[in-house]
Design a protein around this ligand. Structure first.
Ligand code: RIB
Length: 296
């Protein structure tokens, strides 16, 4: 069974600020740091650091060698990454003194996927293989349709949730990994238990992983439901916390672990990631996560 992640690769421009700038306000930042990120790349990195062999797909611009170098460094397979004319994607991130952030995306190369490209990548994958997706690349409906036709299992992190997902046939998704904001946007509800119930009503065969920020995470499918609290830490940067959780959760499933153990491992991995700056560099390796769990 192979794991493919067709997703975004961004250069994250992180501005440290006192507070997230308000409409009409001008605010000076304390510092500017540049990190590798993108929900796609972050989640592949989390999978790779958790010990999973993962293929990253997607597009980079002429400035994108840095993404290929990072894939080589961290063991993410880059065979399906293509370089196109123009710039790679980037994100302008404000990180405030409470480690909260807001993110403005520039799609760049992430929005240049073609049907021919999708076909060429999927040609190397088969029934039972896993496809991980977020919503930072174009061609989402086509990717889902073609992967489903092949019998691939599709895991979707519907982030950021927007109208582009309206055309995606959600019944074709096997695993949803989403936060409470995205869960609210999909279901129109705000209570986590109600979100879960509604997701299972609409998608009875799916597995649902709902992260709740400082309130933990919930897993549910037709047979079981589990809650995992957060591990309390002093956060410095919450960027990629959800991506870390997603990658580790899938890694645990692929390892055949029990759901409560997977949730615990994913929560611990995220709790480590938020104590470090940046996206890709903040994601811990499996050994560190397991050691930290043993120390609890
Ligand atoms: O989830 C965090 C990521 O969202 C950042 O790395 C940024 O690039 C955006 O894609």
């Amino acid at each position: 069974m192979k794991v493919l992640n067709i997703g975004s690769m961004n250069l994250d421009l992180v501005y440290s600020v006192d507070h997230i700038v308000q409409p009409g306000e001008t605010e000076a930042s304390f510092a500017l740091d540049t990190f590798l990120g993108g929900k796609g790349l972050n989640q592949s990195m989390a999978l790779a650091k958790a010990g999973v062999e993962v293929y990253q797909g997607g597009m980079i611009g002429e400035d994108g060698q840095v993404f290929l170098d990072a894939c080589a460094e961290y063991g993410v397979k880059a065979d399906y990454i293509r370089t196109v004319a123009g710039k790679s994607g980037h994100a302008v991130i404000q990180r405030d003194k409470n480690a909260q952030n807001c993110i403005l995306l520039y799609g760049g190369a992430n929005q240049q996927l073609t049907e021919a490209y999708v076909d060429s990548v999927l040609a190397d994958f088969a029934a039972g293989d896993i496809l991980l997706l977020q919503n930072e690349v174009n061609q989402m409906p086509y990717i889902v349709e073609k992967a489903y036709e092949k019998g691939m299992q599709i895991a979707l992190n519907p982030s950021p949730f927007n109208e582009k997902l309206d055309a995606v046939e959600m019944k074709k998704i096997s695993i949803f990994l989403l936060n409470e904001v995205e869960g609210g946007q999909i279901t129109g509800l705000s209570d986590p238990d109600e979100i879960i119930a509604e997701m299972l009503r609409r998608f009875p065969e799916a597995r649902i992983v709902l992260t709740l920020g400082k309130d933990g995470a919930v897993y549910a499918d037709a047979q079981q439901k589990h809650f995992q609290p957060v591990f309390k830490v002093q956060a410095v940067d919450t960027t990629a916390a959800g991506d870390t959780f997603t990658g580790y959760f899938l890694a645990g499933l692929l390892d055949g672990m029990e759901v409560p153990e997977i949730l615990k491992m994913s929560a611990k991995a995220s709790s480590i990631a938020v104590t470090r700056e940046g996206a890709v560099p903040s994601i811990p390796y499996r050994k560190e996560v397991e050691q930290a769990l043993a120390d609890v």
